[in-house]
Design a protein around this ligand. Structure first.
Ligand SMILES: Cc1ncc(COP(=O)(O)O)c(C=O)c1O
Length: 391
C-alpha cells in the first residue's frame, strides 16, 4: 500500500483508504442496534475495547466512513458527524464548557448560533462575550477574562467578513483557550483551519459538504482529547445522524472538489459584474480586491467561495421585490447546494436579532444573500439583471 499523501479531490472521492474488496460504495447500515455473541463481547464493546458498534446513537459504520473522510480532509484526529450543524455546535459547547465559564465569540456569526448562545447557554450560566471579528485576537491576549473557548466563523454569514484564522488560533493557544471555527462558508476545499492551528473545526454539512439541499447534517473535527468530551455530550444529547443521511452526505462529499471549483468561479464572475452596477451600493465578496479583508482571504483561502451578499440602493419593499422577481435563483434560505438561492437575512436567517446587533454585523433591510450554485454564470447574471430592472 502506498503512503503518498492524497490531494483534496482524491480524498473527497476515496478518503485515505485503498479498497481491495467488497462494495465500491459504502452501504447504508440502516440499523439502530448491533448483535453480539455473548455478554463478554457486549461488555468489551460498550467499554470501547473492540471497536465494534453497539447502538447507532453512539456510532454507525456508514457514519464512521464519513467521519474518516472528514479527518482526511481537515487533517484532524477525530470527527463526529451529527444530525445538523446546530447539533455539532451545541454538543461541542455543552461537552467542553462548564457552568460559570465564559466563551469569547465573534459578533458576526450565524443567527441560530446567536440564539443558542443568548437563549440556551445563558440558562446554564455560561456567559458569551461578543467582539468585532477584527478584535478577537487582541481581546484574547489583552482581556483579564480566562476564556474557556473562542468561537468564530469565517467567511462570516452573511456579510463575508474574513477572520485571520492563524492569528486567532495562535492567540487562543497562548492563553490556553480552545479555539473553534464554523468553517461552513469556506468548506474543507477552500480553507484548512486545523492546519492553521484551530483546535475544533465544524461545518453545517447541510451546505457545501452535502451539496444538494437534500439533507441536514453537521460535522465537528479536532484532536482526540477534546473530541472525547464532544462525543460524550453528543451521545447523551442525541443529535444523531441517520445512516441514510450519512450515505447521502458521503455521496455529496465525493463531488465537493469539482463543485467548489464551479461555486468559486461563478461567484467571482458575478461579484465582479455586480460591483459595477449602480443599483448596488456594495458587494461583499472576499475575492474582490476592494474587500477590506481581501489580503487575509488570499493568504488563508485557496478559493473565495460561492457566497456573496449585496446591498441594494433600495428599501425593504424594493429589496423584497428584487428577490421575488428572480427566476433562476430560488427564493429560499440555506446555501451551498448546486442550485442558486437568494434570501434577505433580516427576514430569514437573522430574523429576531435586534437592530443594534444587526448593524454591528453590517446587515440592513437591503442586504440580499446569494448562494451561487453551479448553473451557467450567464444565466445567473441575466436573472439578477432582470430583477434589478424590476425593482
Ligand atoms: C454558517 C452556519 N453555521 C451553522 C448553521 C446551522 O446548521 P444546520 O442548519 O445544519 O443546523 C448554518 C445554517 O444555516 C450556517 O449557515
Amino acid at each position: 500500500m502506498t503512503t503518498r499523501k492524497r490531494k483534496p479531490s482524491t480524498l473527497c472521492v476515496q478518503g485515505e483508504h485503498t479498497q481491495t474488496s467488497g462494495p465500491a460504495v459504502v452501504p447504508i447500515m440502516q440499523t439502530s442496534t448491533f448483535v453480539f455473541e455473548d455478554q463478554q463481547q457486549m461488555l468489551d464493546s460498550v467499554q470501547g475495547k473492540t471497536g465494534k458498534d453497539v447502538y447507532t446513537r453512539w456510532s454507525n459504520p456508514t457514519t464512521k466512513n464519513v467521519e474518516e473522510k472528514m479527518n482526511a480532509l481537515e487533517g484532524t484526529e477525530d470527527t463526529h458527524v451529527l444530525a445538523s450543524g446546530m447539533a455539532a455546535i451545541s454538543s461541542a459547547i455543552i461537552g467542553l464548557v462548564k457552568n460559570g465559564e465564559t466563551i469569547l465569540s465573534s459578533d458576526s456569526i450565524y443567527g441560530g448560533t446567536v440564539h443558542l448562545f443568548n437563549k440556551i447557554l445563558s440558562q446554564s450560566c455560561i456567559e458569551v462575550d461578543y467582539v468585532d471579528t477584527d478584535e478577537l485576537a487582541n481581546r484574547l491576549l489583552d482581556s483579564g477574562t480566562a476564556y474557556k473557548l473562542c468561537f468564530f466563523e469565517t467567511p462570516t454569514n452573511p456579510t463575508l467578513k474574513i477572520v485571520d484564522i492563524k492569528k486567532v488560533a495562535d492567540a487562543a493557544r497562548a492563553k490556553g483557550t480552545i479555539s473553534m471555527i464554523d468553517s461552513t462558508f469556506g468548506s474543507p476545499i477552500n480553507q484548512k483551519p486545523h492546519e492553521l492551528g484551530v483546535d475544533l473545526v465544524m461545518h453545517s454539512a447541510t451546505k457545501y459538504l452535502g451539496g444538494h439541499s437534500d439533507i441536514i447534517a453537521g460535522t465537528i473535527s479536532g484532536p482526540k482529547d477534546l473530541m472525547a468530551d464532544v462525543r460524550g455530550a453528543a451521545k447523551l444529547l442525541g443529535g444523531t445522524m441517520d445512516p441514510f443521511a450519512s450515505f447521502l452526505l458521503d455521496r455529496g462529499i465525493k463531488t465537493l472538489g469539482v463543485r467548489m471549483e464551479k461555486h468559486n468561479s461563478n461567484a467571482s464572475y458575478l461579484a465582479e459584474k455586480l460591483s459595477r452596477n449602480p443599483r448596488i451600493r456594495k458587494v461583499h465578496y472576499p475575492g474582490l480586491s476592494s474587500h477590506p479583508h481581501h489580503d487575509i482571504a488570499r493568504k488563508q483561502m485557496s478559493g473565495f467561495g460561492g457566497m456573496l451578499s449585496i446591498e441594494l440602493e433600495s428599501d425593504l419593499a424594493g429589496t423584497s421585490k428584487f428577490v421575488d422577481s428572480l427566476e433562476v435563483f430560488l427564493n429560499a434560505v440555506s446555501l451551498g447546494g448546486v442550485e442558486s438561492l437568494a434570501s434577505i437575512p433580516a427576514l430569514s436567517t437573522h430574523y429576531g436579532i435586534d437592530e443594534r446587533a444587526l448593524n454591528e454585523m453590517d446587515i440592513s433591510s437591503s442586504t440580499v444573500r446569494l448562494s451561487i450554485g453551479i448553473e451557467d454564470p450567464e444565466d445567473l447574471l441575466d436573472d439578477l439583471m432582470y430583477s434589478l430592472d424590476a425593482m
